[in-house]
Design a protein around this ligand. Structure first.
Ligand code: AHR
Length: 502
């Protein structure tokens, strides 16, 4: 049992952390990101115009690269999303002027000029120092197209495709390992039944070859939300012949037809959003239980390769571009969701927030040569200490956050110990009005000092803007201290606090 949470009508929280026998590693890949050919994520995001005055290297925007390196981005998913199942990789290689164009039918019917393709994406990953996670086209592609792409990427020997790769400027293979076999095959990826997709997965996966030093970690398309039958059919019929099984879940504040504003909402809507965000715990638990039935040793990873808050677009922006602002509420969604993933690290070994730049719950927003880091970015910065650290099991007794006749646990948390022996505790106080004192008992650790940082603001609607990009950013946290053997911390309302104990 990795984490237990109880909530009570009391005003203080109690946290028990067991540091005596940590076993499970929190994979750094839980902290992964997603870049789709959608709106302004790639074009006018990562990728600037040919003669742009924005500092870039080979058209890749350097301020974004620096920002993502700082948070130790572990992997980047590409080229979609729905776009992946209409992407034909050969259109995106070779001299740029000769690349054919296509229509991006999923995202506004805009013309895709294919100037950002395989080489450009892998150059970006190289600059970021992160692993690529490529999703192949099952919906409108062919088995041989996928087979050829893997050969082009990963084969070190002599073949027509590796000769082509060399002509295009790359001698050595990239050895890509994370490999998605289609995306949302139950929807935009082909509207398949799980039984049909199982056969497609097997056929495509068979011909996506492992080359020397380049074993693929194949990730099958998994369920959306609470479609437990999809998980059951996949686990029963594919089982451990996949490295990972995906799950997609978005926190939609209101409804799919009117998702709600990113910046203008009241406490009722804030409360509902956080309840929906906490639903991720139930999803991961229940999909995990089904996976356990077929794979009790937990060999197959749960890969939550699309998650985040999805609101209405910013007024005046193209509705198909999914550009939304990012408030303190987004930071609380990120902190809470990452705590859930950490606490399920025995099964959740990869995740990708949608989407890195200018789309949905972004880390970075751009406007011309200006760039801002969102509150969500700062959560990933604070939580990077958990990457590849050992999870510490915990128990939480916390007060309720009450709104009207509804309630939810006001505080959530996760804890880890890193390779130097430092303990990191990330705490989120969702309550909109109350400071919550948390008393923590840690068994199996002889710690002496505590330091921390806090991310908060006066209102859940507060944002960073291009004129005031530093409104919400982490600052030192001075409300944590050692009292006897216990750690006492006062969490401000609407805050994410990360403490380090040495
Ligand atoms: O992230 C936006 C879209 O949401 C993705 O393209 C798709 O996979 C999902 O439905």
């Amino acid at each position: 049992l990795l984490s237990v949470s109880f909530s009570f009508s009391q005003s203080t929280a109690k946290l028990y952390i067991n540091a005596s026998d940590p076993r499970v590693t929190i994979s750094r890949h839980i902290y992964g990101h997603f870049s789709e050919h959608l709106g302004r994520c790639i074009y006018d995001g990562f990728w600037v115009g040919e003669n742009s005055s924005i500092p870039n290297k080979g058209r890749i925007r350097l301020d974004i690269v620096e920002a993502l390196k700082k948070i130790k981005i572990p992997n980047l998913r590409w080229p979609g999303g729905c776009f992946a199942d209409e992407y034909h990789w050969r259109d995106g290689i070779g001299p740029r002027k000769q690349r054919p164009t296509m229509i991006n039918t999923n995202w506004g019917n805009v013309t895709e000029d294919n100037s950002f393709g395989t080489h450009e994406f892998l150059e970006l990953c190289d600059m970021l120092g992160c692993e690529p996670y490529i999703t192949g086209n099952v919906g409108s592609g062919t088995v041989s197209e996928m087979n050829n792409w893997v050969e082009y990427l990963n084969f070190d020997g002599q073949s027509p495709l590796t000769t082509l790769r060399k002509e295009n400027g790359r001698n050595k293979p990239w050895n890509v390992s994370f490999w998605g076999v289609g995306n949302e095959s139950w929807g935009c990826g082909g509207n398949m039944t799980p039984e049909y997709y199982v056969n497609e997965y097997k056929r495509y996966a068979t011909f996506a070859k492992n080359y020397p030093n380049a074993r693929l970690k194949k990730i099958a398309c998994g369920a959306s939300d609470g479609d437990y039958n999809w998980t059951d059919v996949l686990m029963k019929n594919v089982g451990t012949r996949m490295w990972g099984l995906s799950l997609h879940y978005y926190t939609v504040p209101k409804s799919w037809s009117d998702k709600g504003s990113a910046t203008s909402f009241d406490e009722k809507e804030y409360f509902t959003t956080m309840k929906k965000c906490l639903f991720m715990d139930e999803l991961v638990t229940r999909h995990g239980t089904i996976m356990d039935k077929y794979d009790p040793d937990k060999r197959v990873a749960m890969v939550v390769d699309e998650w985040g808050i999805w609101t209405n677009v910013e007024p005046g922006s193209n509705p198909a571009f999914l550009y939304q602002q990012n408030s303190l509420r987004d930071a609380l969604v990120a902190g809470t969701t990452l705590n859930i993933f950490n606490n399920h690290a025995d099964r959740v070994r990869m995740a990708n927030l949608a989407q890195t730049v200018n789309v949905l719950q972004s880390l970075v927003l751009t406007q011309g040569n200006k760039m801002l880091l969102t509150p969500t970015y700062h959560v990933f910065d604070l939580y990077k200490v958990h990457q590849d650290a050992k999870l510490l099991p915990l128990q939480l007794n916390v007060p309720d956050y009450q709104y009207g006749d509804q309630k939810m646990p006001a505080v959530n948390a996760s804890a880890s110990v890193d390779s130097t022996g430092a303990i990191h505790i990330s705490l989120v106080n969702l309550d909109a009005a109350h400071t919550i004192p948390v008393t923590t008992t840690i068994s199996g650790s002889n710690w002496h000092t505590v330091e921390g940082q806090v991310l908060t603001a006066a209102k859940f609607t507060d944002i960073n803007t291009f004129d005031q990009p530093g409104n919400i950013r982490p600052v030192p946290f001075s409300h944590a201290r050692k009292e006897g053997d216990q750690l006492v911390a006062n969490l401000p309302p609407l805050s994410v606090v990360v403490l380090t104990l040495k």
